[in-house]
Design a protein around this ligand. Structure first.
Ligand SMILES: [Zn+2]
Ligand SMILES: [Zn+2]
Ligand SMILES: [Zn+2]
Ligand SMILES: [Zn+2]
Ligand SMILES: [Zn+2]
Ligand SMILES: [Zn+2]
Ligand SMILES: [Zn+2]
Length: 1775
């Protein structure tokens, strides 16, 4: 089926099944089966006269009964039973017969005696990792399996790792595949003396061989007959079932036309199945190629068929459906099983394998192509996918594993090549399902490929087949792609695979040539030239004038072809240059092909003669701007390539008479490439604007690294070829003429007239002149091709790299992308890179970069031919900057060039020819007169470059000539001193340069001109010196020149210094301004999460006055607590910039905040999300399986300003939704918005509240017992009051209310209405996020959830802090939080303490009653969880915060709320210690302590004894008090930290100095801050009696015993913080794991997108239909579904095949994140495209982990989606 972009790839279902429930199942195998004896049957067959007949009779009876089970659905039990029956009844007798003994024993014996071939032959599964050695593999298709790779020498080489697309096998043991190390340890042949030619069949007993022959022939023939069987109702003779029933299957076949959706829809209609079943059918059809969708009588099936055909046949060819008799289907099923069986049997013995090969390839009676294998191959495209897969597999296991038969098979394959390919082209299945895909297994073996080429003429066959399939031609016989229909395009797409085959054949060059090979190669070359001739001149373009073109012509097909052929063309050249004879012959043939193309070229074109400056040349009139021109010139370009090769091999100089050089007409050779280059120039000049984008694209690809080697580069080469054979003046005249510039240089008059012409024309011509000059520079200067210049391929690569790195530093992958690849996908980069560049390691972000070493800068050439214009200007800028930094001049003179090869030697004459001098003179002359637009700086710059090149050339020649040598012929300096001739009338070039030197308008070029003039002086001196008789005297001029240079340098330095000072002054001013700005926008600079980690918030922050340490002992809780200095708190609204004081009765100020569910702290990922309706949040289990985390970016607004802002966002969103559908990165409907300042994702606001007033020191501090009593009384009073309210009348005696406690009192609100409203807003958002319910004020859980997020957020932050301590980041708890977290916690805590005011008093009271009861239980109450099952921090926070509501009714004012807080804290400390002792002690660690037990230890022992007294043997015996105390101390520390943070923010008490610095004494400081004794046990001891009572009650809770005896998860303290799962160091380990992962839903099929949950380690089958689940009424993919069970809607995954981290939040949000795996170049490989080995980067993984722990994932997603809007359109929920 055709796959929709987002449709997922489907997987396996069951066997034959049908949807019709009415039919009775066919008779199930009965007892008769049980009595069957395989041994006896085999014995009977052994004596049979006609074995085939007997076997067939057996099959005829049993096959339909076993494999025709009727309407069984997808049922694995059924399947297993079927499998078993097949094995026992059908295959076992065959095995008995074959082996003559018990099969298991016989096979074992076979295997034992087998001498295995050294080939590994492991067939790859989809997604399995494969390894190829970049150094040793013969070609990139040679791969190893993981086991072999790890045991091979290549693991220490440079290797490539990829994932297999399935099929193909491990090449370990194939000596042709590896230049070195062909065997891994396991497959190294042990017996080296073993003769590989020995026939393995000879090793087997003769009787086995005989039986094997007959069984294999019978069974293979049976399988082939049935798989190629085309009758629906009849079976081959001998297989007719004894009793034929009217049972049919309606069989649906796969095609690539219909989509999943169409098929599913149709099936639902046609066979009345559910959507699920239809999906399952469709999935199986797609995977297996066919599937029965209905079972029943003929009529019944026919009916379904007609519906399907009718429904799918409307727009396209209908789906293929056949109604097949059940016995036919059964036999076909068994035929497949037979093939699988054969494949398994031959694994045991090479002898059996060879027999099967013989049987398979034996010519049948019908002669040619009648062997069984031939029949399979030739019917390949008629078979369904499943059948093809199985027999391909068998071919791989048999023929391709046997070296001798591989050859025979290869010949057969090559013979049928054309037919097989044609079948494939018309078939619509992917190539991986076609027999043609096996070509890679044979053609890449060099010896086979060579053999096939010689014996089967394979190269020509492939090319001719290819050309045959492209029939669409124009009148000249050229390919015509521009009017391709969809169908032709489709066909074209498929035909391209032939080029792949051609590549395989050519990939390894022959080391030796035979005459036969020469002959066949040249024959292949002829065919190839025919192909190129069809391309030469295709897709011509004509310049559009006036109107814009109406339709963009199709251009991609032609370029696709060119791109695919590029490596082939290069390979053919490589082949040619290994043999002189072949090269010369190829050159001759290519030349004649070209002249055929050229025939008629000058005809019809008017000959003209051009003359200028005394030179005259004949050419013809042709204008690119008016006539047809084509970019495709492959024949010319191949010839250019061959010419360069000739030059390289020096055949030309040795045996010039063999070369047809005389037949060359240089002007004709350069004509077409020149036109193409002129076309590019004109496009640049904007002359072809009306031809649209298609032309722009073509020009782009012409220069692109993928094509340029065989396009642009070769055109330059061709011009070099032509120019080297022509008079340089003539060459330049033709060039000028084709550029349509001849008239400009031929007479000064024209120039003048033209200057007055139209501005556009002037500009166009200017660009054309620039382009032409550039072209001349390239023709003379591009010598880095071996053959043109005297260079090695090494130099060529190095030069590319130097020029890439001259633009900027680059990563390894960028460099690779900028370099052309050879057939082995290598660029040669590695051999060069370290010599020219130094590597800079990446940090935690970014990637590793290469930087050019400074000594290579002098090789920089501004006119490097592979620079685009953009590259060029970037490089120029970078180089000038570099030179300025080094205090050098900014001239960028041409680099020294390598010498030319002899064939090209005359190119240098271009530099000093009259024509070029005339051009130079003209441009310089124009530059002298700056007025008017007649010239450009680029033009001048190019001329200066050319002058420089000429001078360098002269200098080089002078240097190389020895003293005795006669005069150097190259005499540019002399020529430029001569006055100019006619077209450039005044002054010599030199004189012009001198006059330009000081021209004010040429400041930029001054350095270059100076450089040139100096060169001229130098050369003159050199000439004088050489001509002088005494050449050894130092020329005085040189010394003088030195001083001149020195003076220059000094002057430059002074100027640079002044510039520096000026810059510094400006910088100082700037930074002053910046500082100001930063101060004003402090928050702006503290947004990023990176900073969140790093920030230590040292700067005093206005809104947290609590952080100023004081010397007084600070206590944050209890009657002795120190209040926050009652400072006025001023904040500024980010929206209106107004300042505002935070006051209870003032205008509300709010903080943007984001509330999210969290499972980061969860200790129990198996607990499912709570049911929102029944969830009771009052008690949190210590496993913290779900939390609510609140974060804020710290930006403050007026509530009213925020409301206005949010309304505006809503309106905007509505309008946007009306205009265009789609999402934003935030979900407005769910209250989400982006912080107006930092764009941080937010979904609510927290109101800012004033700090709690300082405690009243006049009140009493009642004892714990007294307080408990009072509280109990208060509770009782309230209880009865409430009961009265609900029940109406007072029935019982009213309990006595404590003094001053007034039930009916209504406390006055201390908040303004706007603040109350905001309190409500935040409460309700928390409610909504936690429960996913609509906000409901009346729900009593509203305040609890606010306390919940307060407690949870504090816990998370402590957790992150502890983690950081472990990482040795020595930071104190207080003072190390980033401002925004500090602000958030402070406002969150204050808010939580006030949120009870927004709820009815009764609600909070009721919560308090329950909480209090957990601490002070009165009776057995199952509704209150036991002490083990309560998280104590949550209990503390809730109790403290809910107490305020009770306290508010107490009007006596005798005791303060602070006493109560301290009592609550004490109670909970003891309860927590009990909890710890119950759950977290272990007996096994027993350390001897030397010292006497301290008081703490003694008391801990006493407490533990008490517990043991209550609970007995449920607790282990621990005798070491030291151990107990340390256990308690470590376990309670996180609680103390969290409690300290809580009270710190609640009461705004500054922490003591000791807590602000890291170091020892933290425990003491913490205890004292919390008003606790350092010996915590004293809390227990000082109230011994009361505590004993409470402990007794806690322990008596039935839940305690239950938990201790193993009911449920016991959380141990201290809770370790969660980590992401461990990842393997080597990425391929992950790939390997994922490759064996099968989809959990579809019966063992491979998952196409295995994805790993980084939180829990689950592997998921992502992005597929099979694993979609319904969540809240919507189908979501496996990842999204998993986030709801594992991360409360948020997830972190690693997509293994893509090497990509995936973050998802909810159903609609997600983003990709760089994976923590890097290659050796410090780069990630997202998409696994490059295949460099990847290793885990722990720092990056830790960074991801930190992000998760800090609840930063949602924010990252938000920012990513804001930054990249395409992320929003991805359907994240389907992943
Ligand atoms: Zn292997
Ligand atoms: Zn191996
Ligand atoms: Zn290697
Ligand atoms: Zn405001
Ligand atoms: Zn913000
Ligand atoms: Zn998970
Ligand atoms: Zn799946």
């Amino acid at each position: 089926m055709r796959r929709q972009p987002q449709t997922c790839i489907f997987v396996l279902g069951g066997k034959m099944a049908a949807a019709e429930p009415d039919m009775e199942p066919a008779s199930a195998p009965c007892s008769e089966f049980l009595n069957f004896s395989a041994k006896d049957t085999a014995a009977r067959w052994l004596t049979a006269v006609d074995l085939q007949q007997d076997v067939f009779r057996h099959l005829a009876v049993y096959v339909p009964r076993i494999l025709c089970l009727g309407p069984t659905g997808v049922n694995s039990r059924e399947e297993q039973r079927e499998e078993l029956a097949c094995q026992l009844l059908l295959l076992a007798p065959l095995e008995w017969l074959l082996l003559g003994e018990e099969p298991a024993a016989g096979l074992a014996r076979l295997q034992e005696n087998n001498q295995p071939s050294p080939l590994c032959g492991h067939v790859f599964k989809v997604g399995e990792p494969t390894y190829s050695c970049r150094e040793c593999a013969a070609d990139p298709t040679c791969v190893l399996c993981m086991q072999c790779f790890l045991g091979s020498v290549h693991k220490d080489h440079r290797y490539r790792m990829t994932t297999s697309g399935g099929g193909g096998f491990c090449d370990c043991g194939d000596s042709e595949a590896w230049k070195k190390g062909p065997y891994c340890q396991k497959h190294t042949p042990t017996d080296t003396s073993r003769d590989t030619e020995e026939d393995p069949v000879a090793q087997l007993p003769a009787d086995v061989v005989a039986r094997c022959f007959s069984i294999f022939s019978i069974m293979l023939r049976y399988a082939v007959d049935l798989l190629t069987w085309d009758q629906e109702d009849e079976l081959p003779a001998g297989l007719k079932p004894p009793d034929r029933a009217d049972t049919f299957y309606c069989m649906l076949f796969n095609d690539e036309v219909h989509t999943y959706e169409q098929v599913i829809y149709t099936l639902q209609k046609a066979v009345n199945c559910s959507q699920k079943e239809a999906v399952s059918f469709a999935t199986t059809v797609d995977r297996e190629g066919r599937k029965s969708v209905r079972y029943g009588d003929f009529q019944f099936c026919e009916q379904a068929k007609s519906i399907i055909v009718r429904n799918t046949g409307r727009q396209s060819k209908p789906l293929r459906v056949q109604v097949m008799h059940s016995s036919v289907v059964a036999h076909q099923c068994f035929a497949l099983k037979t093939l699988t069986w054969l494949g398994q049997i031959i694994q045991y013995s090479d002898g059996l394998r060879r027999i099967l090969c013989q049987v398979g390839l034996q010519q049948g009676p019908e002669g040619e192509n009648s062997s069984l294998v031939d029949r399979l191959m030739l019917n390949d495209s008629k078979m369904w996918k499943g059948a093809r897969n199985i027999y391909h597999q068998l071919l791989m296991n048999s023929l391709l594993m046997d070296l001798e038969y591989k050859k025979i098979f290869a010949i057969q394959f090559a013979k049928n090549y054309e037919r097989l390919q044609s079948d494939y082209v018309t078939d619509d299945h992917d190539r991986e399902f076609s027999i043609t895909d096996l070509s890679v297994q044979m053609f890449t073996v060099p010896s086979l490929a060579r053999m096939l080429m010689v014996e089967q003429n394979l190269m020509s066959t492939i090319i001719r087949t290819f050309v045959d399939h492209l029939r669409h031609r124009d009148l000249q016989g050229r390919f015509q792609f521009d009017r391709y229909t969809a169908q032709q395009a489709f066909k074209f797409g498929r035909v391209q695979s032939l080029i792949g085959d051609l590549k395989y054949v050519l990939i390894s060059r022959p080391s030796e040539w035979t005459n036969q090979l020469r002959l066949k190669f040249l024959e292949g070359l002829d065919a190839f030239l025919e192909l190129l001739k069809c391309m030469q001149g295709m897709d011509p373009v004509v310049r559009q004038v006036g109107q814009h073109i109406e339709m963009e012509p199709e251009w991609e097909a032609a370029f696709t072809l060119q791109m695919k052929l590029t490596p082939i063309i290069s390979m053919i050249q490589e082949w040619c240059c290994t043999d002189e004879h072949v090269l010369i012959e190829a050159y001759r043939r290519c030349l004649s092909a070209l002249s055929q193309c050229h025939s008629g070229l000058p005809d019809g074109e008017q000959p003209i003669s051009l003359s200028l400056a005394g030179h005259c040349v004949e050419t013809f009139r042709y204008q690119v701007s008016q006539e047809k021109v084509s970019i495709h010139l492959p024949v010319c370009r191949l010839l250019a390539g061959l010419h360069v090769l000739l030059s390289r091999t020096e055949v030309a100089s040795r045996v010039p008479e063999q070369l047809p050089l005389g037949e060359l007409s240089p002007p004709l050779l350069i004509e077409l490439p020149l036109r193409c280059l002129v076309l590019c120039a004109q496009v640049h000049a904007g002359m072809w604007r009306r031809n649209g984008f298609s032309l722009i694209n073509q020009i782009y690809y012409y220069h692109n690294v993928k094509c340029r080697v065989e396009m642009f580069d070769k055109d330059i080469n061709m011009l070099q070829v032509g120019a080297s054979m022509m008079d340089p003046n003539h060459f330049l005249m033709i060039v000028m003429s084709r550029f349509e510039l001849f008239h400009i240089f031929s007479s000064a008059d024209v120039r003048k007239r033209y200057r007055e012409a139209n501005k556009d024309v002037v500009q166009q011509n200017n660009t054309l002149i620039e382009e032409m000059l550039h072209l001349i520079i390239m023709v003379i200067g591009e010598r880095y091709v071996s053959g043109v210049g005297q260079v090695a391929p090494f130099d060529e690569v190095r030069r590319e790299i130097i020029h890439q790195l001259s633009i900027r530093r680059m990563a390894h992958s960028e460099l690779v992308k900028a370099l052309p690849e050879n057939g082995n996908k290598e660029t040669g980069l590695e051999r060069v890179i370290d010599s020219v560049a130094s590597f800079k390691e990446p940090g935690v972000t970014g990637r590793g970069l290469y930087e050019l070493r400074p000594e290579w800068n002098k090789h920089f050439n501004l006119y490097f031919h592979h620079y685009s214009r953009a590259d060029q200007s970037k490089a120029e800028e970078a180089q000038r900057k570099l030179r300025r930094q080094n205090g050098e001049d900014t001239a960028l003179p041409p680099p020294p060039l390598p010498p030319l090869s002899s064939l090209f030697a005359s190119l240098v004459n271009l530099l000093q020819c009259d024509m070029l001098l005339a051009i130079e003179g003209a441009v310089l002359q124009w530059a002298v007169e700056p007025s008017g637009g007649g010239w450009t700086e680029s033009m001048l710059q190019r001329v200066l470059h050319l002058v420089g090149m000429a001078l360098l050339e002269e200098q080089q020649q002078l240097e190389n000539s020895s003293i005795d040598d006669d005069i150097v012929t190259f005499n540019y300096t002399c020529k430029i001193t001569r006055p100019g001739e006619s077209p450039s009338p005044s002054g010599s070039v030199l004189a012009l340069l001198e006059s330009l030197q000081n021209a004010p308008h040429l400041e930029v070029h001054k350095d270059m001109i100076t450089w040139i003039l100096k060169m001229v002086t130098n050369i003159k001196t050199m000439r004088e010196r050489t001509s002088a008789t005494s050449s050894y005297t130092m020329s005085p001029g040189a010394g003088q020149e030195e001083t001149v240079r020195d003076r220059d340098k000094a002057e430059r330095k002074r100027k640079a210094e002044m510039a520096r000072l000026r810059r510094e002054k400006i910088m100082a001013q700037m930074s002053e301004m910046q500082k100001h700005f930063i101060n004003e926008n402090k928050e702006l600079f503290q947004q990023s999460l990176e900073e969140l980690e790093a920030s230590t918030s040292t700067a005093a922050h206005s809104s947290s006055p609590g952080l100023v340490p004081t010397c007084v002992s600070q206590v944050c809780v209890g009657p002795r607590r120190v209040g926050g200095a009652d400072q006025r708190q001023l904040v500024t609204c980010i929206l209106c910039q107004e300042e505002q004081e935070v006051k209870g009765h003032g205008r509300a100020m709010v903080l943007a905040a984001f509330v999210q569910r969290s499972t980061v702290l969860s200790k129990n990922r198996h607990r499912s999300l709570p049911n929102p309706e029944r969830y009771d949040p009052v008690f949190q289990h210590p496993d913290l399986s779900l939390g609510i985390y609140t974060a804020s970016c710290g930006h403050i607004m007026h509530a009213t300003c925020w409301q206005r802002y949010f309304e505006a966002v809503q309106v905007k969103e509505q309008r946007r939704q009306q205009r265009l559908r789609g999402h934003t990165s935030y979900d407005v409907e769910n209250g989400e918005f982006l912080c107006p300042l930092c764009e941080c994702l937010s979904n609510t606001v927290i109101p800012l509240l004033p700090s709690t007033p300082s405690p009243d020191n006049s009140v009493d501090h009642p004892s714990l017992e007294a307080w408990i009593n009072t509280t109990n009384q208060q509770i009782a009073t309230l209880h009865s009051a409430y009961r009265r309210q609900t029940d109406g009348a007072a029935e019982e005696a009213e309990p006595e209310a404590p003094e001053g406690f007034r039930v009916d009192f209504t406390p006055q609100s201390s908040f303004s209405s706007s603040i109350s409203e905001m309190i409500n807003t935040f409460s309700l958002s928390t409610y909504k996020v936690t429960l996913k319910l609509n906000p409901n004020d009346a729900d009593p859980r509203v305040p609890v959830l606010s306390w919940f997020t307060c407690a949870y957020t504090i816990q998370s932050i402590v957790c992150v802090f502890v983690e950081r301590l472990l990482m040795d980041e020595d930071k104190p708890l207080f003072g190390s939080l980033p401002c925004r977290q500090d602000d958030c916690l402070s406002s969150l805590t204050r808010f939580s303490s006030a949120c009870w005011t927004a709820a009815p008093l009764k609600t909070t009271h009721t919560h308090f009653f329950r909480l209090f009861k957990a601490l002070v239980p009165d009776s057995q109450d199952e509704n209150t969880p036991c002490v083990i099952d309560i998280d104590m921090l949550h209990l503390l926070v809730y109790t403290v915060l809910s107490y305020s509501s009770v306290k508010s009714l107490d009007q006596c004012g005798r005791s303060g709320v602070d006493s109560a807080h301290l009592h609550i804290l004490h109670l909970i400390i003891v309860a927590h210690m009990v909890q710890i002792l119950l759950t977290s002690t272990t007996e096994d660690v027993c350390m001897d302590q030397d010292s006497e037990g301290s008081e703490e230890e003694e008391l801990t022992c006493r407490l533990y004894d008490t517990l043991r007294k209550h609970l007995g043997s449920a607790l282990p015996e621990v005798t070491s008090g030291w151990q107990l105390w340390h256990c308690v101390k470590a376990a309670i520390l996180p609680f103390l930290r969290a409690a300290a943070l809580f009270f710190h923010y609640l009461n705004s008490t500054a922490p003591p100095a000791d807590l602000l610095v890291a170091g020892p004494g933290q425990w003491e400081a913490l205890c004292s801050y919390l008003s606790l004794p350092c010996n915590l046990l004293q809390v227990y001891q000082s109230q011994h009696t009361l505590m004993e009572l409470l402990i007794h009650r806690w322990c008596c809770h039935p839940g305690v015993k239950r938990s201790l005896q193993g009911g449920g998860v016991i959380v141990r303290f201290p809770r370790e913080s969660n980590r992401l799962i461990d990842l393997p160091e080597d990425y391929s380990v992950l790939i390997y794991q994922a490759s064996s992962f099968t989809c959990p839903r579809s019966g063992g099929d491979k998952s196409r997108a295995p994805t790993l949950c980084l939180v829990c380690g689950a592997m998921l089958c992502s992005q597929s239909y099979c694993c979609q689940t319904e969540v809240d009424g919507e189908d979501v993919g496996a990842c999204t579904a998993h986030t709801f069970t594992c991360g409360a809607g948020l997830g972190l995954f690693l997509r293994v095949r893509e090497s990509q981290v995936l973050f998802v939040a909810g159903k609609s949000k997600g983003c990709f994140y760089p994976p923590p795996y890097l290659d050796n170049y410090g780069e990630t490989d997202q998409g696994l495209k490059r295949g460099n080995p990847l290793h885990l980067c722990r720092e990056r993984y830790r960074k991801i982990e930190r992000l998760w722990r800090q609840h930063g994932i949602a924010e990252v997603i938000g920012h990513a989606q804001e930054a990249n809007h395409t992320l929003i359109t991805i359907d994240w929920q389907h992943l």
